[in-house]
Ligand binder design. Structure first.
Ligand code: ZN
Ligand code: ZN
Length: 113
């Protein structure tokens, strides 16, 4: 067990999706801006019509926010560094989550605010 939890950085979960308004644990409606393609981790609106990914679920958090918090990639409270996530992390289409590159570039770089 590790205690590398940052905890307070994350915003409290929202009970409904800001775009399609489904509740936590429900699948996003078709055309929702927030829903992700679970094959690529990118916006579902942009995925190919032939994509066979399963429906994404509203978790109460903006997609990627929990991953940023876990990786310590926060710009500030409630401000996940999603750009860094998209450019640096790799989407795992099986686990439906982001994974950090196995070789960390630098360890002290994140303090720039
Ligand atoms: Zn939605
Ligand atoms: Zn897809």
């Amino acid at each position: 067990m590790t205690t590398r939890h940052t905890g307070t950085d994350a915003t409290p979960p929202k009970s409904a999706c800001p775009d399609c308004h489904v509740g936590i644990g429900q699948t996003h409606l078709e055309g929702c801006d927030v829903a992700r393609c679970l094959a690529t981790g990118l916006q579902r609106l942009g995925h190919a019509a032939s994509c066979r990914c399963p429906q994404d679920i509203w978790t109460g958090r903006w997609p990627g926010e929990a991953d940023c918090a876990e990786f310590g990639w926060m710009l500030g409270p409630g401000l996940p560094d999603l750009t860094r996530l998209l450019t640096t992390a790799t989407w795992d289409p099986v686990a439906h989550r982001w994974t950090r590159p196995s070789k960390p570039t630098t360890t002290t770089e994140g303090e720039t605010r």
